[in-house]
Design a protein around this ligand. Sequence first.
Ligand code: PGA
Length: 249
Amino acid sequence: MKSLVVANWKMYPKTALDAKRLFDAARRCVDPHKNVSLVVAPPALFLQNLTKGYRGKISFAAQSARAEDEGAFTGSHSLIQLREARCAHALVGHAERRAAGETDAETAQQVARALALDMTPILCVGERARSADGSHFAVVRDQLRTALIGMKPGAVKKLIIAYEPVWAIGAPAPMAPRDMHEMSIFIRKSLVTLLGEGAMEVRILYGGAVDETNVAAMMHDGDVHGLLVGRASVDAIRFAKLIHTLGDL
Ligand code: PGA
């Protein structure tokens, strides 16, 4: 199966030119690798400049979007606007959005609206901290349950889950691949309970301090279909190494 990389550029590129350079570098490194799919989530402001005339294999994602199609939401974008800007995917419930006040109810609305618009929601879940009693599993299960409430089992083909332990985002190192393996099994079981057997096919990604040095171990031992990459996706040289390493696996 293809590995999926989601490059979450956050607010890192300072100018449209920075974003364009980063995109061109990403395009050059991913094009030769048939077994790697790439989704780029740029700052929304730069989407038009990046997508104009582009017909290649990279897809685009919204970093954050509201479920409402219109309204008095100063500074926000709607999923429908981002779909028009050629986002086929949308990150939903990223830890940095949750920390900024986005609620479980909003996350659920965004998943439902993305699916209704035929977009692929990349639902981000993950605990803030780990505890010896294993309560982080319950945190993840509850995030899945609240975000996927009311979802039709037939929609699972579109869904992607990104497990990102909050303590690993922006940290020096990712979680151990063996621990991710355990979490993948748990997430899949939880999804099957919620959505039925079809959920066995849902792609599960890992995110949090992924870079060119740890990507191979996570893909080998983490039981994941791909990776959500922040910092290492906005350094063209490191990102090229990461993609080539994945492509050569
Ligand atoms: P990081 O961010 O790779 O910089 O740790 C990951 C994320 O927030 O998606």
